[in-house]
Design a protein around this ligand. Structure first.
Ligand SMILES: [Zn+2]
Length: 94
């Protein structure tokens, strides 16, 4: 999972949430952060090509912080969330 974070406004965009847009536009903005510093764009490849196109990240003021979260870290995070829910439940019962 790739997280794209904007240092200007603190928005976090999950790269995998953005897919190939509908339509035939050569270039389209498919996502942006709250302040508009970061834009995720789809650029269509000229067919025939191996890929349909590419995702690019554009920024205005500051460079986006890109973090790769491994499957293990996701698993760990989920476990921690589950545990904290469990603890809350126990708290209600006592
Ligand atoms: Zn921003």
């Amino acid at each position: 999972m790739t997280i794209i974070e904007c240092e200007e406004c603190g928005s976090k965009l999950v790269a995998s949430n953005y897919g190939i847009p509908d339509g035939d536009a050569y270039r389209s903005v498919i996502g942006n952060c709250a302040c508009g510093n970061i834009k995720i764009r789809w650029i269509k490849a000229t067919q025939p090509a191996k890929n349909k196109g590419i995702l690019t990240i554009k920024y205005k003021k500051s460079y986006p912080v890109i973090t790769e979260i491994s499957e293990y870290e996701k698993y760990k995070q989920r476990k921690e969330e589950e545990n904290s829910k469990k603890n809350k439940k126990l708290g209600f019962q006592s």
